[in-house]
Ligand binder design. Structure first.
Ligand code: ADP
Length: 426
């Protein structure tokens, strides 16, 4: 009974002191006083009944009350108010009651306040997490929009560049006809230079178009039966010049799985493989070694492109597959596809990933890290499902369910172990 009396006795000075200290301005104070009175009534009920649940509704309201400004500035306003209320309650009890009554009241209300504080902190935290999550969603939407704009820009720019390039190509070939057999051989050299530039530009524009097709899920695959060995043989022929120029060694190994007929878009898969292999040459110093090998896994064929180059640090191993994810210095940029560290526009790996993922496969890299002295090298893994049926109904109609023996005789693809290419001087 004494406790109830003490609670009643300090009620008015308690409300008065707390509102004066914690609410500035008349308007704010009026609303705050109302809240304090409500809180105090529930506090009395809690102390009398011993049931802390009485305070839950008001604590819930307070915990959910932080304003946008509080949330943005990271203020824990309600927890702060509750902490001050505890200190001020002790002060008011000491000043208003006798020593014994004050002690009794403090002993009764402190556990209630601590419970209230923990509840308020929890609600406040939940409100903050919800606020942060909604902010993150907004940022994510903005980033998606930016990425979409970037992708649209690439697509429009690529198509816009294609038209004048075709014009230049046409005029160059007309000029070549006009000067054919000319007594001035330097004109032909100059025209060859222009043609080289046109080819490089066409590669870049085609890459830009491919990356925007991949970004917009518009890449269409032309599924046909194929042998990985066939792609590897083409690769060997295409890279021979660069390998000799860079005094490197290229080993292409036949492996179990490379001679199994699978379905895929051979042109696109070759493009992906070429991008990865050209990078292996590009990021390996002269006299280094590039090995293309693989293995058969249940349901998959794994192709490995291993180099003895500069390697890739762990934190960049996934970023390089994002468009424009090149890590090199921009001053090293060169459109040459195999010049040492001659960084390109950073589209080769995103395109390779887009093509491989469109086939239901995955690509990733393993490297012990970037080191231009120790040359830790990189291993690119390409995992392709061993699809033995065309998903495209048209292809199934033409080829039916494949008969490997029949396919091999019909397509006459010769699978031979070829010696490595290396520079005669190395
Ligand atoms: P780029 O046009 O710059 O070569 P890519 O998309 O082909 O673009 O590659 C992205 C980046 O990944 C490169 O700029 C390079 O930093 C890194 N990279 C790719 N392949 C290798 C490799 N075999 N060894 C070391 N770094 C590599």
């Amino acid at each position: 009974m004494a406790l109830q009396k003490s609670l009643q006795k300090i009620r008015t000075p308690w409300v008065e002191r707390i509102s004066r200290e914690l609410a500035s301005g008349e308007g704010v104070r009026a609303g705050f006083v109302e809240q304090l009175v409500r809180f105090y009534e529930l506090l009395e009920q809690t102390v009398v009944t011993g049931d802390a649940g009485w305070l839950d509704p008001i604590l819930y309201d307070w915990g959910r009350a932080p304003t946008e400004t509080n949330l943005e500035e990271g203020d824990y306003f309600v927890s702060f108010v509750m902490n001050r209320m505890i200190a001020l309650t002790i002060e008011v009890a000491r000043e208003t009651l006798g020593k014994a009554d004050a002690l009794e009241l403090i002993a009764a209300v402190i556990p209630v306040f601590s419970h209230s504080l923990s509840v308020v902190v929890r609600y406040e935290m939940e409100t903050r997490v919800a606020h942060t999550a909604s902010e993150l969603t907004k940022i994510q939407e903005k980033l998606q929009q930016l990425d979409h704009n970037k992708s649209n820009f690439i697509s429009v720019a690529a198509h816009e560049l294609k038209t004048p390039l075709t014009l230049i190509e046409g005029y160059t070939s007309m000029m070549a006809d006009v000067v054919e057999g000319s007594s001035q051989p330097e004109i032909n050299n100059l025209l060859e230079g222009v043609n080289n530039g046109i080819h490089r530009l066409r590669y870049i524009i085609d890459d830009m178009i491919d990356v925007s097709l991949i970004d917009n899920n518009l890449l269409t695959l032309n599924y046909q039966p194929l042998l990985i060995t066939h792609l590897l043989n083409l690769l060997k022929t295409e890279l021979a010049g660069a390998i000799v120029e860079r005094s490197q060694t290229l080993n292409i190994n036949k492996f179990e799985g490379s001679e199994i007929m699978i379905y895929g878009d051979s042109k696109r898969l070759y493009q992906a493989l070429l991008n990865v292999a050209q990078n292996a040459i590009k990021y390996t110093p002269d006299h280094g070694m590039i090995t293309v090998t693989g293995r058969m896994l249940p349901g998959f064929i794994e192709i490995l492109v291993v180099d003895t180059g500069i390697g890739i640090s762990p934190e960049n191993q996934s970023a390089i597959f994002d468009k424009f994810g090149q890590l090199g210095r921009s001053d090293l940029h060169s459109s040459g596809k195999t010049k040492f560290k001659g960084g390109g526009p950073g589209l080769g790996l995103p395109i390779a990933r887009g093509i491989i993922e469109a086939h239901g496969g995955t690509i990733w890299v393993e490297s012990e890290g970037y080191d231009e002295v120790k040359l830790k090298g990189s291993t690119f893994h390409i995992l392709l499902p061993t699809r033995t049926e065309a998903t495209d109904p048209l292809i199934t109609k033409f080829f039916g369910h494949y008969d490997q023996k029949k396919m091999e005789t019909e397509t006459e693809i010769s699978v031979q172990e070829t010696p490595p290419i290396n520079n005669p001087s190395s």
